[in-house]
Design a binder for this molecule. Structure first.
Ligand code: C2E
Ligand code: MG
Ligand code: MG
Length: 600
């Protein structure tokens, strides 16, 4: 390599080392100023500085007797100190061929002494220097003192840098260090597949509960103890990181195979739990991620570990390997949750479709179920089977129902004005049954749109009712008292008994489609539905069969005296204008049929 090229490479590496320390252009700090003051006193000189050699300037982290914060690098003696990583003394600028006409020389400086600031890796960052306006000689003892002071500056720099890189509780390298080391790994061994491991000592709520009982000091003890134990298990070869309050990470040695290693971890974890290091009832879990440093960014390795450790909590041996599909599903659910709020505010993402409900004896359409549809701007149409369960368990549950109710009631009112005698059916969630004032908000929506309460039906699932039966019962009583019809949706899929439901003020039972669709399968299936229908009738319910997809099923349900049906055989959920067209056609054909029947 040619000399200039080598210099250039070295200089780039040196600048890289300087930048990594994040010192340039940071505010003054007393810990450095103390050292420059001391240097100026020892030499009895007016000027002293901690001067860092940047690409084209000398920048002063600390200074005594200088006003400006930087000078050009060109012909600055500190730059020479940084480059040579050696002490430089200029006894008299006027006599010095190189520096006589330098900026400092021209501004009246006659004396300079600088000791290099050298990193552990040997890079010269700059100098600790003293300057005077008179020529001066230096004693060997003064040079030694300057070197000592420069070493103190370096110790301070390293300390500051270590701050945030070492966990103060365990003394182990921190999450930042873990990320940096992963970045180094990507540079040095980009294609070498590696295994990263995250050990989490406890669930967050366990930590809280434990701290509450025993005091936070015991948590610290436990974390230290675990750190020691992990250190011992890993041995001196493997670096252990303290990545969060109760979490530790490490990399397996290169070349180990995943299956063996995971088995080893699970066994080690089982033994550790048996020994119960701290005698506490904490659930530690281990997440594992296999990655190629060139293909996975450090932050993503950490994220994969978090994801795996969460999954580990529900796996039997409390160890889990990162799975991108489980993670994708989680991320998608999270995304839906994040995006639902904006969807409620946007005017083109959420809409209702309506599925007709047919009275079996007359064949007339007597109502419609309002079903929510979401057209996500990036993900496209998302089925309610996917997003409703996510939203139902979030704070959006109540807003979602309020949104649907408002649109559905407004639509029902329009149908009422068009002389269609239809009941609008709306699905509500368990959360609504536990929402204070839900009943009165439904009533006020009815009043706002001028719809009679008998024109509204609310569908609740068995399981929603069962979640807190007493409260649900009170809520349903209030709704029923207001004249609103109530239906038990997806009947047969929960664990409630009909005897129990008898107590509920519902009017309608909707038999779940899973039973209806199996009607053609055999006698057992048929008799199950038949007894559901007759039992419901005995208890005074009207019965709706959901998911009727063909004429055979419809005929069987007629024979079983089912009251109402809903399903693709009659109509799919329809956009509002399609619904009206369908309704018109259906009315005409029902009239024709009635006429024929009357004539026969
Ligand atoms: P659900 O209340 O039991 O609604 C009936 C579901 O069965 C609807 O699915 C409907 O399109 C579908 N379906 C109707 N007939 C047939 C048929 O013949 N064959 C088949 N295979 N399916 C049929 P959808 O619209 O995808 O809704 C799924 C579930 O999402 C609903 O089940 C309901 O639990 C929930 N959901 C939909 N909209 C809302 C809403 O506005 N609020 C709440 N809380 N839940 C909703
Ligand atoms: Mg329903
Ligand atoms: Mg249903």
């Amino acid at each position: 390599m040619s000399e200039p090229l080598r210099y250039e490479r070295l200089e780039e590496a040196r600048l890289g080392a300087l930048q990594e320390l994040n010192l340039l252009d940071t505010p003054p700090s007393e810990s450095f100023d103390r050292i420059t003051r001391m240097a100026s006193q020892i030499f009895n000189l007016p000027i002293s500085a901690v001067s860092l050699t940047d690409r084209d300037r000398q920048w002063f982290k600390s200074r005594v007797g200088v006003d400006h914060r930087s000078i050009p690098r060109d012909k600055a003696p500190c730059a020479q100190v940084a480059e040579s990583a050696d002490v430089l003394v200029i006894s008299d600028f006027a006599q010095d061929a190189c520096y006589a006409d330098s900026l400092l020389g021209r501004s009246g400086i006659r004396f300079y002494a600088g000791a290099p600031l050298i990193t552990r890796e040997g890079y010269g960052l700059g100098a600790l220097c003293v300057l005077g306006t008179e020529p001066r000689a230096v004693a060997a003892s003064e040079v030694a003192a300057l070197r000592d002071l420069a070493a103190m500056v370096m110790a301070q720099i390293e300390l500051q840098h270590a701050f945030g890189r070492v966990d103060p509780l365990s003394g182990l390298p921190s999450r930042n260090q873990f990320l940096d080391d992963l970045a180094d790994l990507a540079a040095e061994h980009p294609d070498e597949a590696r295994i990263a491991v995250l050990v989490d000592l406890a669930r967050p709520e366990q930590v809280g509960a434990y701290a509450r009982v025993m005091g936070p000091g015991r948590i610290d003890d436990m974390v230290r103890e675990a750190a020691r134990e992990l250190r011992r298990l890993l041995g001196p070869e493997r670096k252990l990181y303290h990545t969060a309050a109760t979490q530790f990470a490490f990399l397996a040695a290169p070349g180990v195979t995943q299956d063996n290693y995971v088995r080893l971890l699970a066994e080690g974890h089982r033994q550790a739990r048996q020994r119960s290091m701290t005698g506490m009832l904490l659930t530690s879990a281990i997440g594992v991620s296999v990655f190629k440093p060139c293909a996975t960014a450090p932050q993503d390795v950490l994220r994969a570990l978090y994801s795996a450790v969460q999954d580990a909590r529900s796996s039997p041996d409390l160890v889990s390997v990162y799975s991108s599909s489980a993670d994708e599903a989680y991320q998608r659910r999270y995304r839906l949750l994040q995006d639902f709020g904006p969807a409620l505010r946007a005017d083109n993402q959420l809409r209702l479709v309506f599925q007709p409900r047919i009275d079996l004896p007359t064949g007339r359409c007597i109502g419609a179920e309002a079903l929510l549809r979401w057209n996500h701007p990036d993900l496209g149409p998302v089925s309610p089977g996917e997003f409703v369960p996510v939203i139902e368990h979030s704070p959006h549950a109540q807003t979602m129902t309020a949104f649907v109710l408002d649109l559905a009631i407004a639509q029902a009112r329009r149908w009422q004005e068009a002389e269609h005698r239809l009941v609008m059916s709306v699905n509500v969630s368990a959360a609504n049954l536990h929402e204070p004032g839900f009943g009165s908000s439904v009533e006020s929506a009815l009043r706002r749109h001028g719809l009679a309460p008998e024109r509204l039906e609310l569908e609740v699932t068995e399981s929603a009712v069962m979640q807190d039966a007493d409260q649900a019962r009170r809520q349903l009583d209030a709704l029923a008292a207001a004249g609103i019809r109530l239906a038990i949706d997806d009947f047969g899929t929960g664990y409630s008994s009909l005897a129990y439901l008898q107590d509920m003020p519902a009017h309608i039972v909707k038999i779940d489609q899973s039973f209806v669709r199996k009607l053609g399968d055999g006698e057992r299936e048929k008799s199950l539905v038949r007894s559901m229908i007759s039992l419901s009738h005995d208890l005074g319910y009207r019965v709706v069969a959901e998911g009727v997809e063909n004429v055979e099923t419809a005929d069987r349900l007629v024979a079983m005296s089912c009251d109402e049906v809903q399903g693709y055989f009659y109509a799919r959920p329809l956009e509002v204008d399609q619904f009206e067209v369908w309704l018109q056609e259906h009315k005409q054909s029902a009239e024709r049929e009635a006429k024929i029947n009357a004539e026969l």
